[in-house]
Design a protein around this ligand. Structure first.
Ligand code: TXE
Length: 499
């Protein structure tokens, strides 16, 4: 048995968290407390403070002061990089503590949490390099009398609102880039998964991040999230979550025309051509469906498969689903864990019912998986899905796959693009011409060829259409949190305007 298993057990007592402002923990004091119950064990595992609007104002004020006095924004890239590298080491040093909290609050398998926390550390290491690589442009082609410069400056105070599906990983896809750019942050995690964001504040402080540069306020989206998107002293909000709330954030940001980065929902196609390696493709499709129990913005929830192999492929997918290990996320062998909240569980079950009601053919799954504690859903596949069905059109955010068939590449692309979303797409084929045609024509910000949900921080992520605006990670992910300044430098004596 892996020795670390001993570190991954259900704690006897819930862990209490205050919130984090100006480099220090703040106690909940008289504020209300939100008790988070483990989705897999029905046991309270963390107790999180419900901050007030006054706490938000204080956090924003502190972040503003920290930005303006240059304690971080005016450091060199090398100095920022040193802090980010120490933060990466700090994450690795607390790997098991972070992973356990992540699993207890989200219900995701412990093996997956460990991978996400380690992956997060790697993103800080990448972003440390990006802090030093960030640069502007020079224009030496303006003639003898003019020289031009384009510089990049940190945008200012960033409000960071994150969801519950990948609390630590999504945070890690943003925080080191925002810091690399020289900005300060007020973060608000999802109320049901706040613990690892709070621990990250401590890790950053211990890594030498100056006080006030990274602050965390906790509480509900309607109150604390809304206060951040409306706040007149925040220069940019990075929001990851549902398209509906993204729209609210857009409206709220109009008050001071703050810049908004949005990463929203998806209804991502898995396009499988008959010439694909069907075994590999079936494995990839099942992974894309069941990873994080389908609660994944880039989940491959629509299978678009060539008609000549559709029956064979459907059987391959169902066979693999039957062999999945679903259950207690603290068991290191588990591949698919619990559903995050009762509300999300009801939503997914409601979509499964709608699939049956609207006439789709149930291939496998079809409802809840019985368990002594917690809530689990059997991965569910529907065949004979038409494009007007709710399950084809709406983001389900659970392990539910629709199957559509096509006969030509044109038809495959038309089905794939028949959605208001454009976050991700996967293409499975061994033909270079087919894959190139398909990835050029599919309308999505992120395309995988012969794989799915893969990649590292070098490549940017973000959506087309109603899946969002802006890009995170890669050098684009640092530039996103900067603004461009143009400098015109005149050389020589001025040509008089006034005679
Ligand atoms: O998301 P919300 P929820 C989708 C998915 C899921 C649905 C609902 O379909 O079923 O959204 O999940 C904060 N102003 N996705 O309700 O509400 C909230 O506190 C500012 C897709 O959890 O969008 C949390 O921190 N902020 C998605 C964050 O927004 C507000 C990931 C996201 O919560 C706010 C998660 C407001 N008025 C859910 N209201 C993806 N594609 O990655 C809430 N929040």
């Amino acid at each position: 048995m892996d020795q670390s298993n001993a570190l991954h057990t259900l704690p006897a007592q819930p862990r209490d968290f205050g919130f984090f402002i100006d480099g220090r923990w703040e106690e909940a004091g008289p504020r209300a407390i939100f008790e988070r119950t483990s989705p897999a064990h029905d046991r309270v595992v963390t107790r999180i403070t419900r901050c007030t609007r006054e706490d938000v104002d204080r956090a924003v004020g502190v972040a503003r002061a920290a930005f303006e006095d240059g304690r971080w924004s005016r450091l060199s890239g090398a100095e920022r990089a040193a802090v980010l590298l120490r933060a990466a080491a700090g994450i690795r040093g607390r790997l098991h503590e972070l992973a356990l909290l992540e699993t207890l609050e989200t219900g995701k398998p412990i093996g997956q949490s460990l991978g996400e926390v380690e992956g997060g550390a790697g993103i800080y290491e990448y972003a440390a390099g990006a802090a030093r690589a960030l640069h502007g442009d020079a224009f030496n082609n303006l003639g003898d009398r003019m020289f031009g410069l384009v510089t990049r400056e940190p945008i200012g105070v960033v409000g960071l609102i994150t969801p519950w599906n990948f609390p630590f990983f999504i945070l890690s896809e943003r925080v080191p880039f925002i810091l690399a750019a020289g900005c300060t942050i007020v973060a608000k995690p999802s109320e049901v998964t706040s613990a690892t964001t709070l621990l990250m504040a401590e890790i950053l402080a211990e890594a030498g991040l100056p006080d006030g540069v990274f602050n965390v306020v906790t509480g509900s989206g309607a109150e604390i999230g809304q206060a951040l998107t409306e706040h007149p002293d925040i220069d940019m909000v990075s929001f990851t979550g549902s398209t509906a709330v993204g729209r609210k954030a857009l409206l709220a940001s109009a008050g001071n025309f703050k810049k908004l980065g949005l990463e929203l929902g998806g209804k991502n196609p898995q396009i499988v051509f008959a010439d694909a390696n069907l075994e590999d493709a079936a494995d990839g499709v099942v992974f894309g469906l069941c990873f994080n129990a389908g609660q994944c913005c880039v989940s491959g929830s629509r299978l678009v498969v060539e008609k000549s192999v559709a029956a064979q492929f459907e059987a391959l997918v169902a066979d693999r689903i039957a062999r999945l290990r679903i259950g207690d996320p603290l068991d290191p062998r588990t591949q698919m864990g619990a559903i995050v909240t009762e509300a999300q569980n009801r939503t997914i079950l409601g979509y499964i019912e709608a699939g049956g009601r609207e006439g789709a053919r149930l291939v496998c799954g079809g409802g809840a998986l019985a368990s002594e504690t917690g809530r689990y859903i059997r991965p569910t596949v529907f065949g004979d899905v038409t494009r007007d069905m709710t399950i084809f059109r709406e983001e389900i955010f659970g392990p539910v796959l629709t199957i559509s068939t096509f006969e030509t590449l044109d038809e495959a692309i038309e089905i794939a693009n028949d959605t208001v979303y454009g976050l991700a797409a996967s293409i499975w084929t061994t033909n270079l011409e087919t894959s190139t045609q398909a990835f050029r024509r599919v309308r999505a910000g992120r395309v995988w060829v012969n794989t799915t949900i893969a990649g590292g921080p070098e490549l940017p992520i973000g959506g087309f259409k109603q899946s969002g605006t802006g890009r995170e990670t890669g050098i684009y992910g640092v530039e996103e949190y900067t603004q461009v300044k143009t400098v015109h430098i005149a050389l020589g004596r001025r040509e008089p305007w006034v005679a």
